[in-house]
Design a protein around this ligand. Structure first.
Ligand code: HEC
Length: 218
């Protein structure tokens, strides 16, 4: 005679075997069982999809003309382009504090120093003849660069110039201005005579042309 416990065990085992058999990798056209749907599936319109709801058949709405995304209103032309409304180059658009100088020095070390050098004399690591960099980076101690308006240097960083690439994608607007303050600091101090001579410092003939670029800075 089987005890009650033994019978229960046999029934449970049989039930488990039958249930688990359903877990073999059979395919089904039915959607998977989703015991707790929560808010996983909702009626909604997805970007770039069609929709029968709107007359034009698009799920996405075209923003009204002239809409500006939050935080994207670039009202301050001098700050964003380096130029005043009359097209002249702007001066530093905000009061520079110690933290800005520090930030500028750090960003300069990352983005400019490899070419323009620690002292801004154009003797960065890239100027070592072994890298065969075709154009010597300009020295900031040239009178022409000393005479440049802050906004013009900002524009050079934003748009690049001749053989120098643009850094607008890498460097946010405010940081570009902080870098301008560091360039000014370097110009104040001058380059030490003992700076390692990694490159010839003569100015390429092309640098004598006008420094304006037509592209608008972001
Ligand atoms: C990849 C190397 C490289 C980097 C990085 C670089 N520059 Fe230059 N820069 C150059 C070269 C080369 C020139 C000279 C371009 C020419 O005259 O064709 C130049 C020219 C300049 C000039 C002179 C523009 C003029 O009117 O003649 C300024 C100012 C300047 N760079 C600032 C900067 C600042 C600030 C940074 C950092 C944000 C920077 N550069 C990063 C290579 C570089």
């Amino acid at each position: 005679m089987m005890t009650r416990t033994a019978t229960t065990r046999i029934v449970l085992t049989a039930a488990a075997v039958i249930l688990l058999a359903g877990c073999r990798g059979t395919t089904s056209p039915e959607p998977p069982v989703h015991p707790n749907p929560n808010m996983d599936t909702q009626q909604k319109l997805k970007p770039q999809r069609s929709s029968a709801f709107f007359a034009d058949g698009k799920a996405m709405r075209t923003p009204p003309e002239g809409s500006v995304a939050r935080g994207e209103l670039r009202e301050d032309a001098a700050f964003f382009t380096g130029k005043n409304d009359d097209g002249s180059y702007a001066a530093m658009p905000f009061a520079v504090e110690a933290a800005d100088l520090e930030r500028g020095a750090k960003r300069y070390a990352i983005y400019c120093k490899p070419c323009h050098g620690e002292y801004g004399d154009g003797k960065g690591i890239i100027a070592d003849p072994k890298y065969k960099y075709p154009i010597p980076p300009t020295s900031y101690h040239e009178q022409r660069i000393k005479d440049m308006a802050d906004g013009n240097i900002f524009e050079v960083i934003s748009n690049g110039i001749r053989n120098m690439p643009s850094y607008r994608q890498q460097i946010p607007v405010r940081d570009r201005w902080c870098i301008v303050t560091h360039v000014r600091e370097l110009q104040k101090h001058g380059a030490p005579a003992s700076a390692p001579a990694a490159a010839q410092t003569q100015t390429p003939a092309s640098t004598t042309t006008e420094t304006t670029t037509t592209e608008t800075a972001q």
